[in-house]
Design a protein around this ligand. Sequence first.
Ligand code: SAM
Length: 308
Amino acid sequence: NSKRMERLYSPRGILQISERHGIRVNKSLGQNFLADGNLVDKIIEGSGIGAEDLVLEVGPGLGALTRRAAARAAMVAAVEIDRHLQPVLAETLGDLPNVRIFWEDILKADLEEIFRQMEAEHGRAFGGLKVLGNLPYYITTPVIMRFLEELISWERPRALPVESLTFMMQKEVADRIRANPGSKAYGALSVAVQYRCGVEQLAAVPKEVFVPRPQVDSAVLRLLVHAEAPVRPKSEETFFAVVRAGFGQRRKTLHNALAGLYGMGKEETKNALTAAGIAPERRAETLSLAEFAALADCVEQYKVQDQQ
Ligand code: SAM
């Protein structure tokens, strides 16, 4: 079967297999299948999968990445929303005993439960957990934010022990993730990713390698989760809330943009900014990670008051 499945890595093979199963590509689900074996290998190699690892894949599609991940990992859990792909995946992955497909929405699936289920089946702890995928374009940012904000945590013991996330995404989002303070692309996504991970671009990807072809070019990024926080806000939740509020109205000065958060008025946001050593007229796009963390700590008292 492995030899036969080499077809998966060519445009013709992708068309043939989807036609044979009567699959119509669902563009609204961001289905742009990767038809290049070298790029598949780049994602798989880049994610550094070890033989004792669990791989969590976002959107397996026809199974191209899944097959090669399964050859290296202890097990693969793949989360796919489109049940029409069931017969295709039965054909392309049916011979692999270490793959489980979960027919769910990646934004809603209980991934911590899936992790524990996989661990129970494996019978012992995995060496590590690697996340990867060729992300559907319409939810790139929400998927990344869900992992960074909700599923990975340095505060919560039951958080997912993710070591790295290796994602294909549109180039424009990759540029935002890598952006530095002061640049136009720097925003909530840049801060959230850089707080949690080291960022490395593994490949720039032209649109021609996908079937069907998307409108824009792509890039593969590897996000290596820091073992320890580079800055330590008292509360991660407050940190993310401040980042979101700050960039919510990015043209506004910070003391205006933050007003309303935890019931703060402009006087209070001014006080919090001054206490954090940040001039109230500055804008979110000029703040470093350390400044956001300091600001979050000075906002903390207002949050506590607000919740009482
Ligand atoms: N991994 C395949 C490849 O590289 O050829 C497919 C990648 S394609 C860009 C994105 C995949 O994500 C599609 O199979 C699509 O059906 C799936 N998908 C879209 N929205 C999803 C969601 N909310 N949850 C899980 N999977 C989703």
